[in-house]
Ligand binder design. Structure first.
Ligand SMILES: [Mg+2]
Length: 132
């Protein structure tokens, strides 16, 4: 369903696993968001540089080459204003602590459910827009 908060917002989906990437695109394309994709951390950094208007980056932690933590740090250091949400299969307290103390703005734990994902990212984008 189209979402008044997400409609027209640019979202970067970063996921190396193709079926997972297609799944996330399928969920989010219905909202009216503008979706762009990257398959690894290095590509995510380049896409973020080229697209300063990205509102939110849905960033996988486990990626080939540059992992999610390193990619988030590089993107934030570049001055990008988009919110970065980690997507992780990890749910152990230590891993969540690491995510909280990193450059991520928030996180979502896999498996990702459509309603939960849309609710989470629309809340983050709505809050970010209030600040601006
Ligand atoms: Mg992965």
């Amino acid at each position: 369903m189209e979402n008044t908060i997400l409609k027209g917002k640019k979202i970067l989906i970063v996921e190396d696993d193709l079926p997972s990437r297609l799944y996330l695109n399928k969920i989010l394309e219905k909202t009216g968001a503008i979706l762009i994709n990257a398959g690894d951390g290095g590509e995510a950094v380049i896409m973020a540089e080229k697209n300063p208007d990205i509102a939110l980056i849905l960033l996988d932690i486990q990626l080939p080459g540059l992992n999610g933590y390193a990619a988030a740090t590089k993107i934030k250091k570049s001055g990008h204003k988009g919110k970065i949400v980690a997507q992780t299969a990890y749910s152990l307290a230590d891993d969540l602590e690491k995510i909280r103390s990193s450059d991520f703005d928030d996180y979502i734990i896999k498996p990702i459910y459509p309603d939960q994902l849309i609710e989470k990212i629309s809340t983050i984008i709505a809050k970010a827009n209030l600040v601006i």
